[in-house]
Design a protein around this ligand. Structure first.
Ligand SMILES: [Zn+2]
Length: 198
């Protein structure tokens, strides 16, 4: 099964590369019947669509060797379009899809324990990283901001949480079950998504 998923993923990447190279967006409607020589044309595309639809989403969302979401890496840190991210519950916050889903589940479970977890910040566009570094200083120099372009927030992989003492205790006991870890000293509000299997 894993082999099959890997095979499908490599075919998707090959196909996306092919489309990017040969199909400008505005010509999409004029190329649907012609197909592209050598790629198998629309039959292959429709078969692939069906194969992908049958593939569990857990097989699609992977981290690359640098721990960056493979499906977001090409956009660049802080340059991810809103529709490539997923909303956390019904909040205004967005994260990488698996992180958003896990965070949504975690907040609901905490609520059942009588614990309120608020979100202050989530995905952070590059321009906001620059602004934050200017206002709060670089972490490496005693401040509270990552070097712009390197923030975990820029990959939709971290949240800053609004936690009272009870909620912070709950997070320290339960956060890692949902893949969220407190990984920056001096910042008990910063929780990054570091799933054990992704
Ligand atoms: Zn943070």
């Amino acid at each position: 099964m894993n082999q099959r998923i890997a095979d499908i993923q490599s075919r998707i990447i090959a196909m996306q590369t092919q489309q990017t190279a040969t199909r400008p967006v505005k010509s999409e409607s004029t190329t649907t019947t012609s197909g592209t020589p050598g790629t198998g044309g629309d039959d292959f595309a429709s078969q692939l669509t069906q194969a992908v639809a049958a593939t569990p989403t857990s097989g699609v969302h992977k981290l690359n060797a640098k721990g960056v979401p493979a499906d977001l890496a090409a956009y660049g840190n802080g340059k991810i379009p809103a529709n490539a991210l997923e909303q956390v519950g019904n909040s205004r916050h967005k994260l990488w899809a698996p992180a958003a889903q896990s965070m949504t589940r975690m907040i609901a479970d905490a609520g059942r324990d009588g614990v309120k977890i608020g979100i202050t910040d989530s995905y952070r566009p590059y321009a906001e990283q620059v602004d934050l570094a200017r206002r709060k200083g670089l972490y490496s120099q005693g401040g509270l901001a990552a070097k712009p372009g390197t923030s975990e927030h820029g990959w939709g992989m971290a949240t800053d949480l609004d936690l009272n003492a009870k909620a912070l205790t709950w997070m320290r006991q339960n956060g890692d079950k949902y893949g969220f870890v407190e990984n920056v000293p001096r910042e008990s509000w910063h929780w990054a998504y570091k799933p054990k299997s992704a």
